[in-house]
Ligand binder design. Structure first.
Ligand SMILES: Cc1ncc(COP(=O)(O)O)c(C=O)c1O
Length: 425
């Protein structure tokens, strides 16, 4: 081997025992069996340090901002730290981070503000694969005479029809709203290409990263999107929404705001008093992810590097569980699988899968599994257009099994065993 040849390091394996120790909720039992949390796309569990940070804020810092006393100053410092943590998470500047109650509310704030600059004849593009939180806020703008088009999906593997999408981006398209990953069936979209197509037509790109954020690293600089929204309760944190906005867009677009609020960033976009205790929890969330990175890769220096190292091991572990899950599901008679299942394409999806079984409704399945301590989800999970497109909306939707890095192969086996038992009945 030449001295310049690169030695490929073996992929690091996730220390699942270390991970699971961090999450107190994982110790719960249901009817004597350990609880299995396959409800991650609806909301993940939180590490102990997040719970402690929330409690600590309320015990030692609880105050509003702008006061001439210590707890108020601590609160302001804590909010600045939370913004710094999210700037590392997104790879952006701190004044490009906007906090709010959840992704839906932040998306409505952006859509209302953008609506002020739209006129009749303008068009917006949404997709058939998205959660309604990235559809309705844009469709509501039709009352201003704007036309909203919908990019279709290819139902065979529930992937975005990129041909249809690019054909629907036209001269008068002002914004393209796309999900990074589909919360119903796990498809990861080619968001780089969608942003590129939007910009090529002079349109803005709004990315819903809610379902992607727990599974993959976000780099808004590399993606070059105009806005990106996510929710920390989907990535091991408290119930909060976080918006990234490109500085020039946050300065240019006019949000509805109070007179008392300054025009400075991020103030002009943040309405009312924030959820301070959850922001304290958010710092601990990002630190958990970074610590997970450092636990597996001691060479990770900055917090950003440590975050990226964490996603490397999370992804590797989730991939192994996903292969086990999909191959097990496909061997069950009478089971319909929705989404990407080709082993060569598993990096184009998250470990969130949707199924139906011939013998039982999704609600019956979820109830049966719930009694066994296995938490899954049934219905459409607000991916209404997709459920309609797949023809399952009128019959209970699908059963969604959503894995996270804190799940284990034994848990996947337990689920498969229960489904096999049901298929034999
Ligand atoms: C993909 C996706 N987008 C948006 C949302 C809405 O997020 P929030 O509850 O923070 O408004 C969800 C919630 O399930 C989601 O899964």
């Amino acid at each position: 081997m030449s001295s310049s040849a690169k030695i490929t390091e073996p992929a690091r394996k996730l220390d699942v025992a270390w991970v699971r120790q961090q999450f107190p909720a994982l110790r719960q039992k249901v009817n004597g069996d350990p609880a299995v949390f396959f409800d991650a796309p609806g909301g993940t569990q939180v590490p102990q340090r997040v719970i402690d940070a929330i409690t600590n804020y309320l015990s030692t810092c609880n105050a509003n901002t702008g006061g001439a006393f210590v707890t108020s100053r601590r609160t302001e410092g804590m909010i600045a730290d939370a913004r710094g943590a999210m700037a590392d998470f997104f790879n952006c500047a701190t004044d490009e981070v906007i906090f709010g109650p959840n992704m839906t509310t932040l998306t409505f704030a952006v859509s209302r503000a953008i609506g002020r600059e739209l006129k009749g004849g303008d068009e917006l593009l949404v997709t058939c694969l998205d959660h309604d939180a990235n559809v309705s806020p844009w469709v509501c703008l039709e009352e201003r005479g704007v036309k909203v088009r919908t990019a279709d999906v290819s139902p065979a593997a529930c992937t975005l029809d990129m041909f249809d999408l690019s054909a629907k981006i036209r001269r008068n398209t002002r914004l393209v709203a796309v999900g990074w990953a589909a919360n119903a069936v796990g498809t990861i979209n080619d968001v780089n290409e969608v942003v590129r197509l939007a910009h090529e037509a002079g349109a803005m790109a709004f990315v819903d990263a809610v379902h992607y954020a727990p599974h993959g690293p976000i780099d808004v600089r590399a993606l070059d999107c105009d806005f990106l929204a996510c929710s920390s309760y989907k990535f091991f944190g408290p119930h909060l929404g976080i918006l990234y906005g490109k500085r020039e867009q946050l300065q240019r677009v006019r949000p509805y705001k109070l007179r008392a609020c300054t025009e400075l960033l991020p103030d002009r976009w943040e309405t009312g008093t924030q959820n301070h205790e959850c922001l304290a929890g958010l710092i601990a969330t990002i630190d958990y992810i970074a610590d997970a990175g450092r636990h597996h890769d001691a060479s990770a220096g900055t917090r950003r590097e440590a975050i990226l190292a964490a996603y490397d091991v999370f992804r590797q572990h989730e991939r192994e569980l996903l292969e086990l899950l999909i191959s097990g599901l496909l061997a069950i008679p009478g089971l319909t699988f929705y989404g990407i299942k080709d082993p060569a394409k598993l990096d184009q999806r998250t470990p969130t899968v949707a199924i139906r079984m011939a013998s039982r409704s999704p609600r019956d399945l979820a109830t049966y599994l719930g009694e066994k301590g296995i938490f899954t989800w049934d219905g459409n999970y607000y991916a209404i257009d997709l459920a309609e497109r797949l023809g399952v909306q009128q019959s209970g939707g699908m059963l969604r099994i959503g894995l996270s890095h804190y799940n284990t192969a034994e848990e996947v086996e337990r689920l498969l065993e229960e489904l096999r038992r049901l298929a034999r009945k």
